[in-house]
Design a protein around this ligand. Structure first.
Ligand SMILES: [Zn+2]
Length: 118
């Protein structure tokens, strides 16, 4: 059974999770945003398996701020980002996987130079 977060909070520029099995995870908000699992950010495959992906939206410093989080169905957490984006469901299973090894981050699409994320 996948452990669930006992405590999940934003600390500075990180999301900290204390898990039911005693493990702890710390994710940089910027990394989590870039790994947003929603269809808009990651694309969807059509019937022929082609990846359909809208042009990535430029991320601003607001994109890396978290307004809030809400648990979804006991298996995932939804993160509400400062720029209004919030479609991605971060499953607990995936967050645990990312705790071991973060996947390669997708390239940044920027219309503006990124502000450094502290
Ligand atoms: Zn997204």
């Amino acid at each position: 059974m996948t452990p669930v977060p006992k405590n999940l909070q934003v600390l500075g520029n990180e999301l900290a999770i204390a898990w039911s099995d005693g493990a702890e995870s710390y994710f940089k908000l910027a990394d989590l945003r870039r790994l947003c699992p929603c269809a808009e950010c990651q694309g969807e495959r059509d019937l022929l398996g082609r990846l359909m992906k809208p042009p990535p939206r430029p991320l601003t410093s607001e994109s890396y701020e978290v307004r809030g989080t809400s648990p979804v169905g006991g298996y995932a957490v939804q993160i509400h980002w400062g720029d209004g984006h919030g479609d991605g469901l971060y499953t607990y299973a995936k967050l645990r996987e990312w705790t071991e090894k973060l996947p390669e981050l997708p390239p940044l699409a920027t219309a503006f130079p990124l502000l450094p994320v502290r």
